[in-house]
Design a protein around this ligand. Structure first.
Ligand SMILES: *[C@@H]1O[C@H](CO)[C@@H](O)[C@H](O)[C@H]1NC(C)=O
Ligand SMILES: *[C@@H]1O[C@H](CO)[C@@H](O)[C@H](O)[C@H]1NC(C)=O
Ligand SMILES: *[C@@H]1O[C@H](CO)[C@@H](O)[C@H](O)[C@H]1NC(C)=O
Length: 509
């Protein structure tokens, strides 16, 4: 061999070494791990009044109170996915995702909310969407309720009316009867904490603004509805169709603001009031509301001289029906908050006083285009560990995680966000043994972000709201996420910069 060939051997060896060592460092998810993306009916479909669809409470609310929506917009047309669904499925196919999480609009199926009148065009629309997904090898993951309650039911009190639980079961039965042959993964409710707390206790539709009262009534009805629906599913559908049903709950991480014992207790109490409110009745061994909620709301109710607690009671049968009523836990997670203790001294009921915590975020956490959403990847790892330890490591499907940014196609900061959160997730799975089997990015496309209208964009694809067909254009993050979904590994050709783990164990304020 002459010298030049020694040189080629050396170069070849060096290249091989670089390849092997970078493969060893590469962050890869388990073989059966799935990646998907999510949307929700009211946020993307539009076509609010065509083909027999009835009015939902979000239709009514945005029409009656445009002033309350940041940009005075509505979901009347949104991203027009009702007409553009084939384009959307083509994007999903381009991303190479294993599943698509979307929601069914209750009033597109049952215009008045009740099952005596089924709108055939609604059934047709979702059948075609699901068939198109299957043609592309994409699994549908269907949310039955993503906030768009039929207005006819809201007129009867909505989720504060206990009877609404029975009407939800009727609606769920129509869905299970019509779609079970093509849908294997069901989610009953999306984020009951947010739609009960912000909807009935605050400013989201229906604008109940009755904090500490209607929010508890709403949650009670929703939990009963979920339990009854799951038991019906278990009895009549689950085995026959080999399908699964869960619920999606939202938990952003809550870190104590200081190392003081009272802030540590306030943070844990807040987790119980936000997440445990729904998770304890379903996923704990005991069932029912978390003991700390019972104690605190009962005490505050007594202090205000109510004859009974503002937190309703389940019957023994209800506790049993709701306990264990989920095959998996859907988890929505976006950011992290710091909690510090506050006293409850007010003269009127308030959920926040029942919780006894005030929330803040650090100024130096990277920002998004939403005031509440700061980039804190280690918060996801802490959340997953807390869920593991609190509920005996249930199977978790991350049903939402994502970031809003200003319009633009070169969204390197979205890639950084996803990359950081996926690294934290990977650590939670491989180092901490958290049982997570899928990750969903929110969202496939830009959409109607509730009270923020179209001003906050979460899409991997940008939507041009000025074009009649709402043209979708891939952002840089679409190529990134497509690569992740195809390879199950984090690509290393992106210059991502969030170092996500250095303060994982620190309480730094
Ligand atoms: C549907 O709503 C649009 C406004 O978004 C309105 O212009 C149109 O007349 C309505 N169509 C029907 C059939 O009510
Ligand atoms: C759709 O659901 C309704 C109500 O459960 C049922 O009567 C009807 O037969 C179902 N249609 C199909 C095609 O399964
Ligand atoms: C979001 O972006 C818009 C411009 O598109 C800007 O006016 C607004 O201040 C931004 N909000 C935040 C919280 O960054």
């Amino acid at each position: 061999m002459d010298r030049s060939c020694w040189r080629c051997a050396f170069v070849a060896f060096a290249l091989l070494w670089i390849r092997v060592s970078s493969e060893a460092d590469q962050v890869c998810f388990p073989k059966n791990f799935m990646f998907g993306v999510a949307t929700a009916a009211y946020q993307i479909e539009g076509a609010w009044n065509v083909s027999g669809k009835g009015e939902s409470m979000w239709d009514r609310y945005t029409h009656e109170h445009p002033d309350r929506v940041f940009d005075h917009s509505t979901g009347d047309v949104a991203a027009d996915s009702y007409h553009q669904y084939k384009t959307d499925v083509a994007l999903l196919s381009e991303l190479n995702v294993a599943f698509y999480r979307f929601s069914i609009s209750w009033t597109r199926i049952l215009p008045t909310g009740l099952s005596n009148e089924i709108n055939e065009d609604g059934i047709r629309y979702y059948k075609e969407l699901i068939a198109e997904l299957h043609r592309h090898g994409i699994e549908p993951l269907v949310t039955m309720y993503h906030w768009d309650l039929p207005q006819a039911l809201q007129d009867l009190g909505g989720w504060t009316n206990p009877i609404t639980a029975d009407y939800f079961v009727d609606y769920a039965k129509v869905l299970l009867d019509n779609f079970s042959d093509t849908v294997r993964f069901w989610i009953t409710f999306n984020e009951p904490f947010t739609f009960c707390h912000d909807g009935y206790g605050g400013n989201d539709a229906p604008g109940g603004r009755s904090s500490g009262f209607e929010d508890y009534m709403c949650a009670h009805t929703v939990l009963r509805a979920h339990g009854m629906t799951y038991r019906m599913f278990e009895k009549e559908y689950k085995r026959r169709f080999k399908s699964f049903m869960g619920i999606t709950l939202d938990l952003d991480w809550i870190e104590p603001a200081t190392t003081s014992t009272e802030d540590q207790i306030a943070a844990e109490t807040a987790r119980q009031f936000i997440f445990g409110w729904f998770a304890h009745p379903i996923f704990s061994a005991q069932g029912d509301y978390p003991p700390v909620m019972r104690t605190r709301v009962d005490a505050n109710s007594l202090r205000h001289h109510y004859s009974r607690s503002r937190l309703p009671h389940f019957t023994a049968e209800e506790i049993t029906a709701i306990r264990g009523s989920s095959d998996f836990l859907g988890l929505n997670h976006y950011t992290t908050y710091l909690a510090r203790k506050i006293g409850s001294t007010g003269t009127v009921p308030l959920y926040d006083e029942d919780v006894g915590a005030a929330f803040s975020q650090r100024e130096d956490w990277p920002k998004s285009n939403s005031t509440w959403l700061k980039v804190v990847p280690w918060g996801l790892r802490k959340t997953l560990n807390w869920v593991k330890n609190t509920y005996k490591n249930p199977p978790v499907l991350i049903t939402e995680n994502g970031i809003s940014l200003e319009p633009g196609l070169n969204d390197m900061r979205r890639i950084n966000y996803i990359d950081g959160y996926l690294r934290a997730l990977h650590s939670a799975i491989t180092k901490d043994n958290c049982h997570v089997f899928a990750y969903t990015y929110w969202s496939l496309i830009d959409n109607f972000e509730w009270m923020r209208g179209y001003s906050e964009r979460f899409g991997l694809y940008e939507v041009d709201y000025t074009s009649p067909e709402r043209t979708r254009t891939a952002r840089r993050s679409a190529a990134y996420f497509g690569k992740v979904a195809s390879t199950r590994c984090l690509p290393d050709e992106y210059d991502t910069y969030y170092y996500y783990e250095h303060n994982y164990d620190a309480v730094v304020v």
